[in-house]
Design a protein around this ligand. Sequence first.
Ligand SMILES: NC(=O)c1ccc[n+]([C@@H]2O[C@H](COP(=O)([O-])OP(=O)(O)OC[C@H]3O[C@@H](n4cnc5c(N)ncnc54)[C@H](O)[C@@H]3O)[C@@H](O)[C@H]2O)c1
Length: 345
Amino acid sequence: MSKKRLAVAGAGAIGRMHMERARLHPDCEVIAVADPSATAQSVAQEHGARWFSTIDAMLDAEKPDGVIVATPNATHVEAGLACIERGMAVLIEKPIADTVEQARILVDAAAQARVPLLVGHHRRHSPILRRAREIVASGRIGRAVSANALATFYKPDPYFDIDWRRKAGGGPVLINLIHDIDMMRFLLGEIVEVQALTSNAVRGFEVEDTAAVLLRFENGALGTLTVSDCAVSPWNWDLAAGEAAHYPRQSVNTHFISGTDASLALPQLDVWEYRAAKGWHDPLTAERTAPHAGDPYHEQLRHFAAVIDGKETPLCSGDDGARTLAATLAVHRSARERAPVAPSC
Ligand SMILES: NC(=O)c1ccc[n+]([C@@H]2O[C@H](COP(=O)([O-])OP(=O)(O)OC[C@H]3O[C@@H](n4cnc5c(N)ncnc54)[C@H](O)[C@@H]3O)[C@@H](O)[C@H]2O)c1
């Protein structure tokens, strides 16, 4: 496979992280960056990439093999369409769009133009999550009955100096919990009903700081999710899975899937089951399946290069991204209307 020439739109926090990963990657290189901000030009220079102030100018001048869209959410659809119109494969950061309607415009355009569209729900590329999915799909846990996830952490006060992080849409449901919702869909399938409560009681911003969510899956399983950005706690995937060095790793489980034959706790991949008689008076056995550590962002780049080559199909398609967004937006709607919501996509 030839090295893929990638362009990056948006050289902010995650755009720069993709560029760092690409620098060390055998399958791709970043040849251009589009971002009008004052610092983007020097970021591009540092990476030996050409700098442009607009996405259109970059795509016309460089004709990259693929584009990573890492701009703010509200610009994802416009940026994605600019790539699709030119026949360029896109890796679009999550959430795929601000609304399900906008997401559909992008998904339909990509399908019509036959351009690959990959959504950056990077956790799907984690070896831990992939192994968990295999365990669930193998039937070892039996029929899934419940799923419980914690995403509780403490964001430092300066995080909220940026205006949009205090406003509707800038909170932990759309920024963080969306990843856990995508994980749940990846493991257990479609979510057909959502009920939620949200609270801003601690930080007092317009946006929520805490949410509690109930889920019903199409396969009949029920789930609970808790997210909070003002809770001092180790129970969240970023701290527990140890996938990024800027989070100090904690030895805890955060996601629990229980079935009629066994239970699975993540990220430590503990499988709990009965080896002989089955009943709550009988001894339970715990087995830990530790996969090799892996960097999901690095693996996502490998996958994107393979998708560009037509060798793999997107692990998180545009349609998947839209369905995860629909379930996430249903959290806000259910909390607002104080009623159950069926995510519609
Ligand atoms: N998958 C992940 O782990 C992950 C983590 C963080 C953020 N994200 C997502 O990535 C996106 C960016 O988040 P961030 O935290 O890096 O934001 P950020 O504010 O740090 O960076 C965004 C950058 O985009 C630039 N930009 C704005 N409009 C542009 C345009 N029209 N064309 C080109 N550049 C433009 C800005 O100047 C800025 O440098 C968001 O959608 C966010 O949800 C994903």
